[in-house]
Structures are given as C-alpha cells and as structure tokens.
Design a protein around this ligand. Structure first.
Ligand SMILES: [Zn+2]
Length: 276
C-alpha cells in the first residue's frame, strides 16, 4: 500500500529540495501510464482528478481507480481532487478515498476564501487527509485573466486556513500550449519569505523546463500541476495509433499504443522535478 497524503510527499520535497508532479488525469489510460512513469523514475506522483475528468467519470470510480493503482505501486501515490469548488464535492472525494483535496475559493472575496477554505481544511484533517488552497487567481489561456498573489494576503491565508499546500499566482496560466510563460521569481521569493508552506504552481505546462528544474531545487515550490502538455501528448499518440491502421476498430488495441508514449512523456516531466 503506497497510497499517501499530499503532506506525506510535499514535506520531504520541501526539506530535500525537489518537487512532485501533480499530473492531471482524464482516464484509466493516462493514470496507469503516470504511475508506470513514476515507478520507472522511482519518485512519488500525485494523480489529479480535475473538473473535466469528473464530468466524464463519476468520482467514486476515479477514487477506486486511483486507490487500485496506488495499492499496487512501488512508489508513493497521492489521490488528489483538483479544483473542488464546493464543500460537498470535497466531502464526496473524502468519502471516495481521496487522500488530498484542493478547495478552490480563488474566485471569491478574500474573507470568504479564507473562511470556506478553513472549513474544508478542518474536514480534511478530521479524515486524516491533506488540503490545498489557492490565494490570488491563476487565470486561463484564452479565458479569465490572472490576479497575482499578494504576499501579505498569502501570509494571512496560510496562517488562518491551516492548509497543507498553497497554490499561488505568479505568472502561471492554465492551459498554455507552449513553455514560454516564465514565472515571476521576485514574487515567489516575497511569498516564500512569509510562509513555511509548500507552494503549488497550477498551469505548470506553460513553465519553461529549466525554470521548473531550478525552482524545484531552489524554492518552496514543491508541486507543479501538469495537464495540457500531457493531454497534447495523449492526443498525438492516439491520432497516430488510429492512423496506423484505418481498418482497426477495437478500442483496447488502439489505446494500448498510447501507453508507451505517455510513459515517456510523463517520465521526462518527472525527471525535471528531481533533486540535484
Ligand atoms: Zn489549476
């Protein structure tokens, strides 16, 4: 059994100078490949079920899949709810065996975000699991713009909510398809000066690889969420598998050919987060 909480993997990462990848899953094929990649790299991995994953597959099914993979893995695996928007959603994830929930109150006014996040933290801790919160707002490529994290607000959010990890907005943007969106390191330094918490970067796909590596080793950023980059790799490998033989119709046969490319894509991401 290697199912662990978010704190179980982020606290060692903070102390030892590395980061852990929060890999966005959409189904069995990619989550299985991500665990195989983590085993090959001999590092922990966070499997994340975000809103679009949950719209496709019910949470109890996702929880069972994550737990099954974790129980058979040789490395620590976190079953994480990404962007829970309500207490009910977080409660359901806890009931389904998730070991970490992210409550996203970042669209709400500060006071409300703090109060609601604190309630979710209490619920998560009572169940023996971890909670991630977000302060500032991480925008979406082609959608809502970001609102950078204010260090003073981050200090207060950390102190008053009791979260185990804090997602921050420092130039990161969700859904970016290239690696050109570098992070604001001055703002990161200002935030890590006022809190001991492990910090989280959503929209990690847009961060240049060299900066991911440098920050993993030399900052309090301990978790990078990576989604778009892996969805692009999956789309490419699926398209190639289909095109390889237009007469083929069996889904398992076609999907099996996405496995190796997804393991390779995930391995190269995981390698950048390892310590020196
Ligand atoms: Zn996110």
């Amino acid at each position: 059994m290697t199912l662990v909480t978010l704190s179980d993997v982020l606290q060692p990462a903070l102390r030892q100078g590395h980061a852990v990848a929060g890999l966005v899953t959409l189904g069995w094929e990619d989550m299985r490949a991500f665990v195989a990649a983590a085993e090959a790299e001999d590092c922990p991995v966070i499997l994340q079920a975000g809103p679009s994953c949950r719209a496709h597959t019910p949470l109890p099914v996702l929880g069972a899949m994550f737990r099954h993979l974790a129980q058979n893995a040789s490395v620590p695996v976190v079953a994480h709810l990404d962007h829970g928007y309500t207490a009910e959603e977080c409660r359901q994830a806890i009931d389904c065996g998730f070991t970490s929930v992210m409550y996203d109150g970042s669209r709400k006014p500060l006071e409300e975000n703090i109060a609601e996040t604190r309630r979710i933290v209490e619920m998560a801790h009572a169940a023996g699991i971890s909670c991630e919160g977000e302060i500032g707002f991480v925008g979406y490529s082609g959608g809502d713009g970001s609102s950078g994290t204010d260090p003073a607000e981050a200090a207060r959010f950390a102190r008053e909510t009791g979260v185990d990890a804090m997602a921050i907005s420092v130039g990161n943007v969700h859904l970016q398809q290239d690696h050109e969106g570098g992070l604001d390191e001055d703002r990161i330094r200002a935030i890590e000066a006022v809190t001991d918490l492990p910090l989280v970067i959503h929209g990690g796909s847009g961060v240049p690889i060299a900066q991911r590596r440098a920050l993993a080793q030399g900052s309090s950023i301990c978790k990078f969420n990576i989604g778009t980059e892996l969805r692009m790799a999956f789309g490419r490998s699926l398209r190639e598998a289909i095109d390889r033989d237009p007469a083929r119709f069996d889904r398992v046969q076609i999907l099996s050919e996405t496995h190796e490319p997804m393991v390779a894509a995930a391995r190269s991401i995981l390698r950048a987060f390892k310590g020196a």
